[in-house]
Design a protein around this ligand. Structure first.
Ligand code: NZQ
Ligand code: ZN
Length: 388
């Protein structure tokens, strides 16, 4: 097992009807900025309930944070934070709202140009103080509710932003708040959680037995409840399991002490930035092709994945791996997600542009061993183009 630091200060409040807890979680007699997205929280009355649960605080609202939160929109919120002397930020929404709120929290106390905070890659941003954040989660997917990262969009590219100050102080996870999600967003969330887990698990063996078994538990749970929670959105237990898997897929636990490979996410972010394909969908398109092209490098962990997650024990090693890749692709398709780039209107001639974008972003040496070059990315994209 590799050396690691594990730090996670987020207080999780999980379960039905927990919004009233906000009154205990948010300090009294302060000014709170509530942030939300395109309006689903108004439509489904979550915002109303949140405000009701915060008596005695001065409430200011900032709506309109886009899917894939835009830097320029977040700048407007930062202005409000400064003008109104906001004390606390409360994100009510999915990953985009939580990520946008983290950026606002970090940038509000940064003296330089906020754009600097987009240029740090996976290094912590140079911020010494941040506004405290709480979240009320309405979409299980990103794990943003219990991690210290955000992904911010600007000028047609996506940028990771990290800081230990970005952990939410608390997150309320009430699975019933997610019942109103459209089926495709639930499917996106299942795939996102699946791939977060995969990217910390299907690398090379490193004797992280707890991490591997926990990752396998998340993957098997998603396979068990994935289709069920799409077909029966109000099945509380199925949805509760999705919500808790999503949080634990990316809160640092399963990735501590093991190698990580964020290739799928890195290429996926470019597909979102260039073609507007949903985050979860980009991952479903890429993962089977990444494994097809990178079978040799991931041989041992793919075999372990085939056996422990899909119970594939018969046949020679390569056929077991191929079967696991096929089953993974079918799982995504059963959730209602197309797994080839072509079906999103991306044509072969766009591959050059994608490679150029990866090059511009410095994504030229990806994977757990940094040997995934632009030529290999090209092969992956070519493989991902057509229906299988
Ligand atoms: O904007 P509103 O009107 O609220 O509608 C949203 C949005 O259209 C809707 N929605 C959310 N909760 C709902 C609901 N509709 C009905 N009922 C509800 N309860 O769902 C749509 C998608 O929301 P969004 O927040 O964009 O989705 P998601 O949670 O998948 O977040 C995606 C963003 O997270 C980033 C992605 O890059 C992308 O920008 N990621 C963040 C990560 C992190 N912070 O650790 C890691 C991830 O890998 C990911 O990159
Ligand atoms: Zn993701």
């Amino acid at each position: 097992m590799l050396n690691f630091n594990y730090y996670n200060p987020t207080h999780i409040v999980f379960g039905k009807d927990r919004l009233a807890e906000l009154d205990n979680l948010v300090p009294k007699n302060i000014k709170v900025l509530i942030l939300y997205g395109g309006g689903s929280v108004k439509k489904f009355k979550t915002l109303e309930k949140v405000i009701k649960s915060l008596p005695g605080r001065k409430i200011v609202e900032f709506g309109g944070i886009e899917v894939n939160p835009q830097y320029t929109t977040l700048l407007k919120a930062i202005k409000i934070v400064k003008n109104e002397k906001i004390d606390f930020l409360l994100a009510v929404g999915g990953g985009s709202v939580m990520d946008g709120t983290k950026f606002i929290s970090l940038a509000s106390h940064y003296e330089g140009d906020p754009k600097d905070l987009l240029a740090r890659d996976f290094q912590p941003v140079p911020v010494k103080k941040a506004l405290p954040i709480g979240t009320v989660v309405t979409l299980p997917a990103t794990g943003s509710e219990m991690n210290s990262g955000a992904v911010i969009s600007n000028d047609g590219s996506k940028f990771p932003v990290f800081s230990p100050l970005a952990f939410p102080k608390f997150s309320i996870l009430d699975p019933t708040l997610t019942y109103t999600l459209p089926a495709i967003q639930v499917a996106n969330g299942i795939v996102d959680t699946f791939i977060h887990t995969i990217e910390q698990y299907v690398t090379y063996p490193e004797e992280g037995r707890f991490q591997d078994r926990t990752a396998e538990g998340i993957l098997k749970t998603l396979i068990e409840i994935g289709k069920k929670t799409i077909d029966n959105p109000r099945d509380y237990d199925a949805r509760a399991n999705l919500v808790w898997c999503a949080t634990n897929g990316l809160n640092g636990l399963i990735g501590a002490g093991v190698p990580q490979d964020w290739t799928t996410h890195m290429i996926g972010h470019e597909l979102t930035a260039m073609f507007g394909i949903d985050h979860g969908q980009t991952l479903a398109i890429l993962q089977p092709s990444i494994w097809t092209v990178r079978k040799e490098q991931k041989w041992k962990k793919l075999l372990q994945y085939a056996q422990r997650v899909w119970d594939i024990t018969k046949g020679d090693e390569e056929s077991r791996i191929d079967e696991a890749i096929k089953k993974t692709r079918e799982f995504f398709q059963e959730l209602g997600i197309n797994t080839n780039l072509g079906s999103y209107g991306v044509t072969h001639d766009k591959i050059d542009d994608i490679i150029k974008a990866l090059d511009n972003q410095g994504l030229t040496a990806l994977s757990e061993t940094r040997d995934l070059s632009l030529e290999i990315s090209r092969k992956i994209l070519e493989d991902a183009m057509d229906i299988k």
